[in-house]
Design a protein around this ligand. Structure first.
Ligand SMILES: CC[C@@H](C(=O)O)C(=O)SCCNC(=O)CCNC(=O)[C@H](O)C(C)(C)COP(=O)(O)OP(=O)(O)OC[C@H]1O[C@@H](n2cnc3c(N)ncnc32)[C@H](O)[C@@H]1OP(=O)(O)O
Length: 250
């Protein structure tokens, strides 16, 4: 199984469990996230955590060994659209969603974390929207969410530099909500959250969702997906992915 879902004291935790491939997303993990979205609707759930196994990576994005088989714009669109719908559902869950970024988050991994309300970033983690190095843009909605989250120039810079940043740089830009140095820091974060009644958290989340609905967030994500699919089909992208897969196999 590539993931686990666990509910403890009202906190539902989704853990991607593919550390050998740096917790890259395949169809099974996508299905798992869809299951999470359904389960997290239960009234007993007061918060959701998304994290991953091991210390090396939170998520290295789409599993390129699988998704590299998608050659055309239409094929890419199907995969990107499905993941964008999952991330939109996660973003609009009625409770706070917290990414515990236990290691590197790159490409789609950074998009998943950006779809969450809070990002608790371990001090050793490096994160970035590195899609530009593969001659594509973000394609799961993460670029649109980043522009909602950070000051405009910081978001645009993070997207177009296509590089990874340290935890302290991520805190400075506003992407990381907090830097985590021990498990106790995570416990303390949730202890503080639990001081306030779950209905209050739900009410504030509703407020945020109303804003996203009014500003056509879903339609903006759709445009991101379509633009990425166009770039995906081009040789520049396929050549760059060949380069990554061949380099790591050497
Ligand atoms: C598809 C959607 C798109 C989006 O919309 O955003 C994307 O997500 S594009 C994908 C972006 N991801 C990448 O380009 C992968 C980048 N990966 C890395 O930069 C590094 O792997 C890492 C995450 C920084 C970790 O580095 P390190 O700890 O040094 O591990 P290795 O690089 O040696 O990797 C170990 C192992 O895992 C394989 N791997 C890693 N990431 C992926 C991936 N996304 N897809 C497939 N395989 C991946 C890597 O090939 C190594 O395999 P072996 O050599 O066989 O051990």
């Amino acid at each position: 199984m590539s993931y686990t879902i666990n509910l403890t004291e009202g906190i539902m935790t989704f853990t991607i469990d593919r550390p050998h491939i740096r917790n890259a997303i395949n169809d099974e993990v996508t299905m798992g996230l869809e299951e999470l979205v359904e389960k997290a609707q239960h009234p007993s759930v007061r918060a959701v955590i998304i994290t991953a196994a091991g210390k090396q990576a939170f998520c290295s994005g789409g599993d390129l060994s699988v998704f590299h088989a998608l050659r055309t714009e239409e094929q890419a669109y199907g995969m990107l659209k499905r993941m964008s719908e999952v991330l939109y559902s996660i973003k609009t869950l009625p409770v706070p969603v917290v990414a515990v970024v236990n290691g590197a988050a790159v490409g789609g991994g950074c998009e998943i974390a950006t779809a969450c309300d809070y990002r608790l970033v371990w001090d050793h983690a490096k994160c970035g929207f590195i899609q530009g190095t593969l001659a594509i843009t973000s394609g799961w909605g993460g670029g649109t969410y980043l522009l909602e989250t950070l000051q405009h120039d910081k978001a645009l810079q993070m997207l177009s530099e296509a590089k990874v940043y340290t935890a302290s740089e991520l805190k400075e830009s506003g992407w990381a909500s907090a830097i985590i140095r021990s498990d106790q820091d995570i416990i303390d974060f949730f202890k503080s959250m639990k001081k306030v009644h779950p209905d209050v958290h739900r009410a504030y989340k509703e407020m945020a969702i109303r804003k996203w609905q009014k500003t056509d967030l879903k339609e903006r994500v759709e445009q991101e997906v379509r633009r990425c699919a166009i770039l995906w089909e081009k040789d520049a992208h396929h050549d760059a992915v060949d380069g990554f897969l061949n380099k790591t196999k050497k």
